[in-house]
Design a binder for this molecule. Structure first.
Ligand SMILES: Nc1nc2c(c(=O)[nH]1)N[C@H]1C(S)=C(S)[C@@H](COP(=O)(O)OP(=O)(O)OC[C@H]3O[C@@H](n4cnc5c(=O)[nH]c(N)nc54)[C@H](O)[C@@H]3O)O[C@H]1N2
Ligand SMILES: Nc1nc2c(c(=O)[nH]1)N[C@H]1C(S)=C(S)[C@@H](COP(=O)(O)OP(=O)(O)OC[C@H]3O[C@@H](n4cnc5c(=O)[nH]c(N)nc54)[C@H](O)[C@@H]3O)O[C@H]1N2
Ligand code: SF4
Ligand SMILES: [Mo]
Length: 722
């Protein structure tokens, strides 16, 4: 991949020419000042990973005379003394990376060219505020679209001040549907909540189904707990259309066709009920709609399900029986997010969530369903500190689904159209669907694009103004978690590098320049951190700002044996698990095949999975680190039968294309996919790939059945050798 290297060099050369190369300083020689020092000028602070990762690791950072001398994983039960490979070298890879943006930039070449000049913060803020005033006066506040997402999950830096700023100007609201919305809506339709078994308790499970989740990549700190269960005799089953690293290490890899999980789950129910393996007492006491479900799954016999899923009838029957007979062992299903991005994604999560109530595995410690944990923090924290103040809560401005960014930026009928786009903590040119349409939008001369970033990402290259953001080592924050029960604060270890400022400060400065004097812009980051963790909720017993600052992250004080549904107590209105819900468009989950025209089937015969295959990327973050690029699997997995038909050999350069765009990528012939399915990694920056486009050049803004999220994996493509 020489071209990749050259492009990196080009960008570096540009940075140096623009006098930005001064950032190229090694970790050891970085002359930064710490906020406060002890006698020997050394200090250690606690921090936590800001990524959109279920593990939410924590660490300590030691500095001597303001230089980082140690960056170390916490030894708590979950982080267990080890960060993932991508984060172990975080200071070098991100904070001190030579390409890091350290000064405000103003575009001085065509949009997308990556040509910028250095400007002062004063000039940048003044000019952006002036332009914003004009746009709001002429088009209205809704002509402004804020676009931030999963790049930084800290409660302060993700939304606290930026949220107030955009509400204050009456901007359009960004509906954050891209990750987890389908899954959470699906599971909640059944259980009324997503929180089930807690991650550590998987050690008590003895039949573990990792359904559509690549634990060894995406949830790495759960794996040691699974190993522990395994050592005690647990079986691990992975259900995934792709042979992931996790599937390779499983006792059984069940490989259905993508998007058919709802049929598989209903098929398991069919067998369980036919064999009378259900826990009728649990069903009678704690669920509703059993009779309707029973009648419904009668249609999902193993033969029908085998046809839909591509699995053997025998496998479906064995899976159903093993799962049901292990209910007391107990059995646990672990779901996460990746499987949601299908047109039947919500239905899949909804139906899978019914299985533990059918078998009664919730009654046993370590049994049931494991999903997300963010609800634990919902009442525990003092959210008022970071959310909108009362006077801004009645926002009635329009909401724009973030998946449709390309569409709204190019929609000439939209009233008002989008005339200002503010991006922070996201890289939509790489991570959002329909890359070419987004590019077309970002190329508009009448669009003001403002990006706050660490790097000149694919998105930042299209900005009119780029503001340098601090990294997690340079700012305060508080981090809840969607995958653990730990709460963390993050204390800055070093002063901001160059002229970088926290996201919060960017929006405070903009608010001031816009003439806003509202007191809610005066809350400092530290104030907000302190207030957020100051709470009388029982889960926060013994947890204070001081204790977190002294000891690092703490686990919420939850009841000792967390068995949320041992006796029902579902989060639904009735408190019951809902097998059947008349209030939903589909009262029962059903497999609804996607309508595809004969022509499309013929022209685009392959189904494309574009997933988080590169262990050392976090979506598009860390994807500019040369070491990570070298080890990343940039190839298209294609089954030997398909390769034979297309006369493709290993390593052949391919053009993968459809109506939305095309991607150039080498072939890797492998049985990791089944015939008719191909798989490429997501997260690669288009500007660093040969051909200048990456996975989302092929995806569309098509939505799934629930939650308003994208059916990313419902993408069809054709393939040619180039
Ligand atoms: N290393 C690394 N870790 C990450 C991330 C990363 O980019 N890199 N991203 C983080 C983020 S943002 C998230 S949301 C989580 C996601 O965590 P996961 O949900 O575990 O991750 P994914 O890799 O998106 O999806 C997992 C698996 O779902 C499979 N899958 C796709 N379609 C289907 C289907 O129809 N049925 C079934 N059964 N399986 C299907 C994929 O093949 C993939 O192997 O990971 C987080 N952790
Ligand atoms: N094809 C395909 N597309 C996908 C997915 C998929 O599986 N397949 N997965 C989807 C999922 S689950 C997710 S969560 C999204 C994630 O998509 P994004 O939200 O775009 O996440 P990242 O790619 O991690 O980009 C985050 C950017 O934020 C920047 N950043 C980090 N911290 C800060 C900060 O403090 N301040 C500022 N200003 N910037 C910061 C980083 O440098 C990085 O460039 O991608 C989605 N896109
Ligand atoms: S990305 Fe995930 S596994 Fe890696 S350090 Fe952060 S929280 Fe831990
Ligand atoms: Mo995500």
């Amino acid at each position: 991949m020489d071209s990749k290297k050259n492009k990196t060099l080009d960008r570096r050369a540009f940075m140096e020419l623009s006098a930005l190369g001064a950032a190229g300083i090694s970790l050891a020689s970085m002359p930064v000042l710490s906020a406060c020092s002890s006698k020997d000028n050394s200090k250690t602070v606690w921090g936590a990973c800001y990524h959109d990762c279920p593990d939410r690791c924590s660490w300590s950072v030691t500095t001597v005379n303001g230089k980082i001398t140690n960056f170390q994983a916490n030894n708590d039960a979950f982080t267990a003394g080890k960060l993932c490979d991508k984060m172990e070298t975080f200071p070098e890879d991100v904070t001190f990376h030579p390409d890091r943006i350290l000064y405000p930039l103003k575009r001085n070449g065509p949009k997308g060219s990556g040509q910028f000049e250095k400007i002062s913060w004063e000039q940048g803020i003044r000019e952006v505020a002036e332009k914003l005033h004009t746009i709001i006066a002429e088009k209205g506040g809704e002509a402004v679209l804020p676009y931030s997402y999963a790049g930084n999950m800290g409660l302060v830096q993700s939304h606290a001040i930026s949220g107030r700023f955009f509400a204050r100007i009456g901007a359009s609201q960004r509906d954050g549907t891209m990750c987890g919305s389908i899954a959470a809506t699906g599971v909640s339709a059944t259980n009324g909540q997503t929180t089930g078994v807690l991650p550590e308790d998987i050690v008590h499970s003895r039949y573990i189904v990792l359904w559509g989740t690549n634990t060894k990549h995406s949830n790495q700190h759960l794996w040691p707990f699974i190993e522990k269960a395994r050592n005690a005799g647990a079986k691990v089953i992975v259900v995934d259309p792709f042979q992931s690293k996790t599937a390779e290490d499983a006792d059984w890899h069940i490989q259905p066709k993508p998007g058919t999980d709802v049929a598989l789950a209903l098929g398991l129910m069919h067998v369980i009920l036919k064999e009378n393996l259900q826990d009728q007492d649990y069903i009678d006491n704690y669920t509703s709609g059993f009779n309707e479900l029973k009648a419904h799954v009668a249609d999902y016999d193993p033969k029908t399900v085998a046809t839909i899923t591509g699995l053997e009838e025998e496998s479906i029957i064995t899976f159903a029986k093993d799962y049901a007979l292990s209910a007391q062992a107990p059995s646990l299903i672990r779901v996460l997010i990746g499987m949601e991005h299908q047109s039947n994604g919500g239905g899949a999560f909804r139906s899978i969530a019914m299985l533990p109530s059918l078998t009664g595995s919730w009654r046993y410690f370590g049994g049931g369903l494991m999903h997300m944990t963010y609800e634990l923090f919902g009442s525990a924290l003092n959210w008022k500190a970071v959310d909108l103040p009362k006077e801004l809560q009645q926002q009635n401005t329009r909401s724009i689904n973030m998946v449709e960014l390309g569409k709204v930026l190019t929609d000439t009928e939209l009233e008002p159209g989008i005339h200002a786009l503010f991006v922070h903590s996201s890289n939509p040119m790489t991570t959002t669907m329909d890359q070419n349409l987004i590019k077309k939008g970002l190329e508009r001369d009448d669009l003001l694009t403002v990006v706050s970033e660490h790097f000149l990402t694919d998105t930042a290259r299209y900005a009119d103004y780029v503001f340098p953001a601090t990294t997690v080592l340079e700012n305060w924050d508080v981090l809840d978690s969607w995958g653990t029960a730990y709460i963390n604060i993050n204390e800055p270890a070093i002063a901001p590098i160059g002229e970088a400022k926290p996201n919060s400060e960017l929006y405070r400065l903009l608010a001031k320049a816009m003439g806003f004097t509202d007191s809610y812009f005066d809350d400092t980051d530290l104030d907000m951190v302190k207030k957020t963790v100051t709470s009388q909720h029982p889960y926060m017993a013994g947890i204070t700002f001081e204790s977190l600052r002294k000891n690092g992250g703490q686990r919420l004080k939850l009841p000792e044996k967390w068995m949320p549904h041992a006796e029902g107590n579902f989060g639904t209105k009735s408190g019951k698990c809902l097998f059947y819900d008349l209030s939903l468009k589909q009262p029962l989950p059903d497999y609804i095949p996607l309508a595809i025209s004969e022509d499309d089937l013929k022209n685009y015969p392959f189904k494309l999975l574009s997933i988080k295959k590169s262990k050392n990327f976090l979506n598009s973050s860390h994807a500019n680190v040369v070491r990570n690029l070298k080890t990343a699997a940039y190839h298209l997995d294609i089954h030997p039968e398909d390769a034979k038909t297309l006369q493709i050999s290993n390593g052949d350069q391919l053009k993968v294309f459809n109506q939305k765009g095309r991607v150039l990528i080498p072939a890797q012939i492998s049985k990791k996919v089944t015939p008719g399915v191909v798989c490429m990694p997501q997260g690669f920056w288009a500007s660093l790939t040969e051909g200048g486009s990456s996975a989302n050049a092929l995806t569309s803004a098509k939505l799934a059945d629930m939650g308003g999220g994208p059916a990313i994996q419902e993408t069809r493509v054709n393939i040619q050798k180039v």
